[in-house]
Design a protein around this ligand. Structure first.
Ligand SMILES: Cc1ncc(COP(=O)(O)O)c(C=O)c1O
Length: 398
């Protein structure tokens, strides 16, 4: 007999978290493991942000906050969307949630009916497809390969839309490929969407602050479709605040109100203290964020140079986020010293973990069968050592 509800049977376990669990187990057993799996900055939350949280505790700001978020944070987020991203936004359109993850789930749950289709350009972030399943929607996967820079083209979008399409979800910069849509590319997508007024756009911009030269453009800034765009962002990545669990969205008021209704029955308002910290993040100068991004930039350049020298690795430097996403399919068919044949990214990931103690995430988690994802949100020493070890592991394949 299966344990748990039918709903849970169709959900996949989050692979990144599953691999991290395995890494913790191996570490606990005394193995020296280099973890390149998790998507979180290895920086401390900047001091003024921490100080704001301490002050909130000391002032007794420890009671239930409003479900939609504290008014001053909603206003600060709306101002950020308006002035930085040129998205028409007001405090009434902003909902503060327990992480961008919850903001995304809120939007899917309040907009997608059972059986309705949600377009996901592949590769995509692990959780989108599972959340669509939770809403009993149908994920429509549209692969976009290296030749398209892992980005959805207007032609493919047009071909994917049916009368049942309710939403498209994408991230820019993207996880896992680090791809960023230019203004022109977004304009092409917008042109298609203008002809399909039943399709909502969920734009996940959680990596906005982590990019390496290209301008970040929000699809919500295009007036012709702004009334059906939900823009999600948060403080996790750009302010090294993954543990504080604060994300937010700006959406048309009626969608924001539905999200408030839904969230009110699920989690209530996000942590009051973390909201005060997020308010400091939204209103402080961006110096710490820029310094962190510069460090990621240097690591990106270094790690890219190291990985591209490994036989069997084909990759480009990402435009944003902090992941390398090499195609390793030319290693398929090779045999490990233990006599196992590598057939998939998962086989290769497990081989790296067991053979040389390097943990990566295999591409199946993002809807592709040729890639692995390596996070460079870790020290330069770790990156150099990891690249050395991977090289050794690859050299042992025959
Ligand atoms: C593309 C993408 N969206 C959303 C999230 C979730 O962010 P948060 O920590 O704010 O829930 C992540 C975290 O890894 C992510 O990679």
């Amino acid at each position: 007999m299966k344990l748990g509800s039918d709903r849970l049977q169709v959900l996949e376990e989050s692979q990144t978290l599953a691999i991290s669990k395995k890494v913790r187990e191996l570490k606990a057993a005394g193995r020296d493991i280099l973890g390149l799996t998790l998507g979180e900055p290895d920086f401390e939350t900047p001091e003024p942000i921490r100080a704001a949280a301490i002050q909130a505790i000391q002032e007794g700001f420890t009671h239930y906050p409003p479900v939609a978020g504290i008014p001053e944070l909603r206003k600060a987020v709306a101002d950020k969307f308006l002035h930085t991203n040129h998205i028409p936004s007001s405090a009434a359109q902003v909902i503060i949630s327990t992480g961008a993850k919850q903001s995304i789930l809120n939007a899917i749950m309040v907009l997608v009916n059972p059986g309705e289709e949600v377009i996901l350009p592949v590769p995509f972030w692990v959780s989108y497809a599972e959340m669509v399943k939770m809403a009993e929607g149908k994920a429509v996967l549209i692969p976009s390969g290296k030749e398209e820079d892992f980005k959805l083209s207007a032609e493919k979008l047009e071909a994917a839309i049916t009368p049942a399409t309710r939403m498209i979800i994408f991230s820019s910069p993207s996880n896992p490929a680090g791809a960023m849509y230019s203004k022109e590319e977004l304009a092409q997508l917008v042109k298609v969407l203008e002809n399909h007024p039943q399709v909502y756009v969920l734009s996940d911009e959680i990596y906005e602050f982590i990019s390496y030269g290209k301008p970040h453009i929000s699809i919500g800034s295009f007036p012709s479709i702004a009334d059906r765009v939900i823009t999600v962002n948060g403080v996790s990545k750009g302010f090294a605040m993954t543990g504080w669990r604060i994300g937010f969205m700006s959406a048309p008021v009626w969608i924001a109100e539905l999200c408030e209704k839904y969230q009110g029955q699920v989690t209530s308002g996000a942590c009051s203290i973390a909201q005060k910290a997020a308010l400091a993040a939204m209103t402080q100068d961006l110096g710490p964020t820029h310094r962190m991004t510069q460090a990621f930039h240097r690591r990106r350049d270094l790690f890219y140079d190291l990985l591209k020298q490994i036989p069997g690795f084909t990759l480009s430097p990402p435009d944003g986020a902090f992941y390398m996403y090499p195609d390793i399919s030319s290693l398929f068919g090779k045999i490990t010293p233990q006599g196992k044949t590598i057939h998939s990214p998962m086989d290769f990931s497990l081989y790296l973990l067991e053979e040389v103690g390097v943990a990566v995430v295999s591409g199946e988690a993002f809807g592709t069968n040729d890639h692995i994802r390596l996070s460079f949100a870790c020290s330069v020493e770790t990156l150099v050592e990891a690249a050395d070890r991977i090289k050794v592991a690859v050299s042992r394949l025959i």
